[in-house]
Design a binder for this molecule. Structure first.
Ligand SMILES: Nc1nc2c(c(=O)[nH]1)N[C@H]1C(S)=C(S)[C@@H](COP(=O)(O)O)O[C@H]1N2
Ligand SMILES: [Mo]
Length: 168
């Protein structure tokens, strides 16, 4: 009986470990930088997933050093990995509609964010990106690490002033 109880306990622990991604998202307490909607399994405000800065900073992040068409010289960007955001919302689609404050939008294949360390950059050279610096969120591809990214399609997917992502 003791052995059975123990193995049952073990299964429970295993079950809890497996269900970790379903624990969900906390409620945002600061102003909302990013709203993710569409084909997602994890939500916190209605049928959307909303992130304040602290929530974005708590996701698995990355650091990319690269040149870009928008900056002079080598830049260092930091922010959550695109794929970490997709994991946090349990994104189920193949494409992302990434929408900017000015209503510019680009369609990005999810595969881009699985294959490459694409950042939702929040800072450049250690400074928070303000709206006037193309912030608060700038989709940054690692152009210097992967020269094949230096093309017009990827530049089109480099959305700045990101405010919304719709998972399609
Ligand atoms: N927020 C936002 N991001 C955007 C765009 C835009 O209009 N708004 N244009 C995209 C396109 S189509 C290209 S080619 C480049 C253009 O950058 P540039 O206008 O600084 O040359 O940014 C991309 N990211
Ligand atoms: Mo463009």
């Amino acid at each position: 009986m003791g052995a059975l109880t123990r193995s049952f306990g073990g299964l429970l622990v295993f079950g809890i470990t497996l269900s970790m991604p379903a624990w969900g998202l906390e409620q945002p307490s600061g102003s909302i930088l990013l709203t993710v909607s569409g084909n997602i399994g994890t939500t916190n405000v209605g049928d959307t997933a909303q992130f304040d800065r602290a929530m974005l900073e708590s996701l698995t992040g990355g650091r990319t050093q690269t040149h870009t068409p928008w900056h002079d010289g080598l830049m260092t960007f930091e922010g959550p990995l695109g794929r970490a955001v997709l994991q946090a919302v349990d994104a189920r689609g193949d494409a992302l509609r990434v929408v900017a404050l000015n209503d510019y939008a680009a369609t990005i294949p999810v595969g881009d964010w699985q294959r490459f360390d694409v950042l939702l950059a929040l800072t450049a050279n250690g400074e928070p990106l303000r709206v006037r610096d193309y912030g608060p969120i700038f989709v940054i591809y690692p152009f210097d690490d992967h020269p094949e990214l230096k093309n017009e399609d990827i530049v089109t997917r480099s959305v700045w002033q990101v405010t919304r992502i719709e998972v399609q």
